[in-house]
Design a protein. Structure first.
Length: 260
């Protein structure tokens, strides 16, 4: 490495770390509904709030856009992507199709028993533990839950399906986190994952498919209800915080503008 390269490399690493920080901050704002679906904001406002330059902000927003969480408007800032329940229903349907295919393939006589054994051993160490050893942090369990379902698809041995599923998991992550952050699903998740693993260990494709389908459908039903409830709660709080009748206030915008 030459002396002229070293400062550039250091600057690049510094920008990369700042990008990660900005990305994590904005993503958490979206997941926690501090930034609501439909909220608009500008790069400058984010940069000022987080005390960084626009470069890491722009790079972080591009990452969030690739995950379907925000979208850019030419010369008109950025917007948190509105939650489209019909779209998420389609994504959950695709998720179910991919996972059902995966567990049926895993339980097929053509699948090497060693593949099932390895999957059950690795995931069983997490999901078949004693109740006293279970995690209580909903967001931590959400990450493990995503890893569990990704592992099912990966173990089935189709790399193209694995790639599609991981892209799908990125798009569903906000819904999964809502389920675990605001729902009461941790105990059920441990029990249901345990049952799925037991069915796979037996090579019982019918039972494994039934359990996976019910698991996904129940999750979709709950998370849709949570999403509607949380949005209603946040919007009601915004109305209560608005100026009282008779006071001077600007007309309400079609979309909230944040940070500015």
């Amino acid at each position: 490495m030459t002396s002229s390269q070293a400062p550039a490399d250091l600057a690049s690493r510094r920008t990369g770390k700042l990008t990660d920080t900005v990305y994590a901050s904005l993503r958490e704002d979206i997941y926690a509904f501090r930034l609501l679906p439909g909220d608009r904001f500008a790069e400058n406002d984010v940069a000022e709030r987080l005390q960084v330059s626009r470069t890491p902000v722009r790079e972080a927003l591009m990452r969030l856009q690739s995950e379907g969480l925000v979208r850019g408007h030419f010369r008109n800032g950025w917007e948190v992507v509105p939650i489209d329940l019909a779209r998420f229903a389609s994504l959950y349907e695709l998720r179910e199709m991919l996972e059902l295919h995966a567990v049926r393939k895993l339980c097929s006589p053509r699948m090497a028993a060693s593949v099932r054994q390895q999957l059950v051993a690795e995931q069983g160490a997490i999901w078949q533990c004693a109740p006293s050893d279970r995690l209580a942090d909903g967001l931590a369990v959400a990450a493990l839950d995503e890893a569990f379902h990704c592992a099912l698809v990966q173990a089935a041995g189709n790399p193209e399906a694995d790639t599609v599923y991981r892209q799908l998991a990125n798009q569903l992550r906000i819904m999964r986190r809502l389920d675990f952050a605001y729902g009461d699903c941790i105990a059920d998740t441990y029990a249901e994952h345990r049952a799925i693993l037991e069915a796979i260990a037996r090579g019982d494709g019918d039972d494994a498919s039934r359990l996976v389908a019910r698991h996904i459908e129940d999750s979709h039903t709950v998370v849709e209800r949570i999403t509607i409830t949380r949005l209603e709660q946040v919007r009601a709080a915004s109305v209560q915080a608005a100026p009282a009748r008779g006071t001077l206030a600007a007309p309400a915008p079609t979309r909230r503008k944040r940070f500015g």
